[in-house]
Design a binder for this molecule. Sequence first.
Ligand code: AMP
Length: 186
Amino acid sequence: MAVRLVVFGRQGAGKGTQCVRLSEHYGAPHISTGDMLREAIAEGTDFGRKAKEYTEAGKLLPDDIMLGLIEDRLNKPDVLEHGFLLDGFPRTVGQAEALAGLVTIDRAINIEVPEELVMERMMARNRSDDTPEAITTRLDAYATKTLLAVAYFDSLGLLTTVDGVGDMDEVTGRLIEAIDGVVAAS
Ligand code: AMP
């Protein structure tokens, strides 16, 4: 079964870890735009240098750049055969609308963890773009932009919210149960 899922969750909600697990479970590629950008940064390309400025500040890259990146990836044979788990994309309504025009989305999953809890997790993560200023800017971008993308999928009747508080395994179990319930039924 090919699943085509978008996974939302504010930074520190455990989204990346859960996506790796779900990707193994469903046999669908895990597509993380953050990872793609970090690879470009590590390669030191012109694009990577530009991406570094944005990510270090915790700012979102422009929609058109992100769309180009994701469109290429969604056309790869593994995606066409096995579907995808999108992690970190879309982050704005513009990206969400463009995505919905490109591919069929089976479901958008929102891993819900309150802001107070994610702050603690973030500080323990030790990533180079995890300065307090960048964390605050990213949480703000989530609240003002990404939550509108979440609402967009809700308006399409495609949103499932899953409680992301608790033990990692427990949350993985909840996610699989929620996804199987809605995707198998559709
Ligand atoms: P992440 O690993 O998903 O937290 O992404 C790390 C950083 O990459 C973000 O803070 C943004 O600066 C940038 N980024 C990743 N995905 C997107 C996106 N869909 N739109 C704009 N910027 C993005």
